[in-house]
Design a protein around this ligand. Sequence first.
Ligand code: ADP
Ligand code: MG
Length: 327
Amino acid sequence: MSQAPSLGEFDLIRRYFTRAAPARAGVVLGVGDDCALLAPGPGMQLAVSTDMLVEGRHFLSTVPPERLGHKALAVNLSDLAACGARPLAFTLALSLPRVDEPFLAALSAGLHALADEAGIALVGGDTTAGPLSLCITVIGEVPAGSALLRSGARPGDAIWVSGTLGDARLALEAFRGRVGLDGADFEQARLAMERPTARVALGQALRGVASSAIDLSDGLLGDLGHVLRASRVGGRVDASRLPRSTLLARQDPALRLQCLLAGGDDYELLFTAAPDAHEAVQAAARRGGVAVTEVGRIVAEPGLAVHDGTGAALRLDGLAGFDHFAA
Ligand code: ADP
Ligand code: MG
């Protein structure tokens, strides 16, 4: 219990969520007035995305608040990355059960550290009492007509993913007590879950190279399914090629497959590119600072088939993508 009277709403906003914005073309006015003012560059379109994190739904109460601040922004930056957009600014709608200053200090430190890394500013928001949740809206810009969409995959395109998949789901299984991980392994998996990296540079480097893109938030099967439906095509994935950490590679095969195909919370990019774009994709990956792996092909017939390294079809029952309202 704090002895000092609890901070009021406006002091709280001033202390934790108002900072001198980095000098940045595009942000004219930040926190403090009725609206923020943004000025996208000539010929640019604004890319806007919102993601909400609710305690017990999207994060566990055990998450260190610095990591929660990081993750709330990272998952939003991941959506901009998937569109190939350059981040400009973001807003934060925050619901808090009480004014807990150490919590707010750590949360805002995590948030602002990632904002600084991404070169963007918090330009507004809303603050209310209520169950703990964070809702961020991120605004980016992309040259008109060049955003990466889910609908551009064509038969014959290669399917690629960035980074490695499945560690975040492995952490969730460890928190649920369904798998035992020792100290260093648990911390590695937990970092993947609590402190994801948005592939912002890769997304921008893939403009003009990828034919479609999506970020992996709900598991590869579900998210690739969104691309296939939006593009009216089908896909074939070789599960043995799905990139994994050495930690995940050491796990039980059934658990490993579940983490790779239906993991969720990966925040890697899944994208497609014409078969002759192999070199251009690798060049984009170098500019994006992350490895990319070719994992399958787009085909004309609708549907998604996953096979193992020998070409044998894998059964996918029970491995659907995450759906908050599914029974
Ligand atoms: P209004 O009454 O117009 O909704 P508020 O009193 O809610 O404005 O907020 C005052 C200012 O503080 C506004 O500029 C708003 O964008 C900003 N703000 C409120 N909450 C936050 C927050 N959590 N993070 C950043 N800015 C915030
Ligand atoms: Mg308000």
